[in-house]
Design a protein around this ligand. Sequence first.
Ligand SMILES: Cc1cc2nc3c(=O)[nH]c(=O)nc-3n(C[C@H](O)[C@H](O)[C@H](O)COP(=O)(O)OP(=O)(O)OC[C@H]3O[C@@H](n4cnc5c(N)ncnc54)[C@H](O)[C@@H]3O)c2cc1C
Ligand code: SF4
Length: 395
Amino acid sequence: MTSYDDADTVIFPAGAATQTSAAEAARGEWDAVVVGGGMAGSIVADQLSQAGYEVLILEAGPGKDLDLAEYESYLSRFYGAVVKDNQSPYPFNPNARMPRSTDTMPVRPDTPRDDFYLVQEDKYCTDTTFTRVLGGTSMHWEGKALRMLPEDFNLKTKYGQGLNWPLSYDDLEPYYRQAEAELGVAAEVEDQAYLGMHFPQGYVFPMHRMPPSYLDQTVARGVDGMRVNLADDDYTLQVRSFPQARNGVPNAAYDGGKGFVPVGAVSTSQVEEGERCQGNTNCVPICPVQAKYHAGKTLAKALRKGNVKIVTQAVASKVEIDEQDRRVTGITVKNYQSLASDSYETYTVKGTVYILCAHAIENARLMLASDMQRMSRSKLIGRNLMDHAYLLSWG
Ligand SMILES: Cc1cc2nc3c(=O)[nH]c(=O)nc-3n(C[C@H](O)[C@H](O)[C@H](O)COP(=O)(O)OP(=O)(O)OC[C@H]3O[C@@H](n4cnc5c(N)ncnc54)[C@H](O)[C@@H]3O)c2cc1C
Ligand code: SF4
């Protein structure tokens, strides 16, 4: 029996047919072909499957049917790793490499390094990484689920910097609520209603805020109420909890009093592993008890409906485009036999729509490798990569 145990664990019958072979996938025509089974890809696949469409996910990394044993193998690899960086739980895959945090540094004239996967030469370099396994970077993200401030959409008008967005905070607000439900976000509206951030009357987050730690409380005693002056404006400081996509205490007032049921572990077996956050701060690179959201939770929902199939170790290598009408006609993939071998078969899969969800950097790489810059009007593919500014202190 296939069941979805709302209480904690998503359960599949053993051997659920959620995977297909690349050869099989190339025989049919899909409603949608999604490249990448990370956060964006899984949410797109889930939404399309709910609407009744047949969806194929091409995933470069390894991974099976979201097997708990596989998750456990990531944990074991992490426990045994000497260097516990944010990729340490995930297997090295020479066929679809990913950057490690030690790689994300600029190449300088006196220290030429070009053997990393991500080689950066500009003075502005990103220090971010991304993960190429089923579930994508959400497998090791921190789970901070902040909304953007209303003024972030208006930077040109307000600060004379960058460009204004064509959308406003109010346009996105209903989607933030949808995302907060999907991710399972723990926060309080009163903590988050600052600098113009607003919420519909009566809205509460799915779960209550993570309790402030001893350290949070100690810092708050020193900081709360301090006044600072920034760019001629006075502000009063207050320590606030981040909205976290980690399972906390459900808010009974959520959804008009219906409450919220946190999603725990995903599994192909009957083992109950779903847990609330235990506050041990191992979220990056992996949560031992799956209290933190990862895209596997959304994929599990999507796969349950039967109209989403995944091919893993399928590295999209080219977006095929008709030169005449500039429409995408297929995605060519290299389907590798195993992590230990570089032999692969090549297939082209076809769909009505194609959605690239391979991550900001890999999407651009794939499009550039497909000669799409030549056909693009803006010539901006792969340019102006932006990340959010942040300051982290670790102890
Ligand atoms: C350490 C760390 C902490 C973070 N913490 C936060 C946080 O707290 N809050 C926050 O909002 N964001 C955070 N982020 C960023 C966030 O994780 C990413 O923005 C998000 O996961 C991107 O989702 P995505 O679906 O676009 O890409 P990904 O999640 O990276 O998924 C891309 C998928 O595509 C697959 N793929 C790649 N190339 C190919 C190919 N050629 N063919 C087929 N498949 C391919 C990959 O294997 C992967 O499964 C963090 C990132 C890092 C590195
Ligand atoms: S249980 Fe630990 S690793 Fe998991 S979300 Fe909570 S603090 Fe992070």
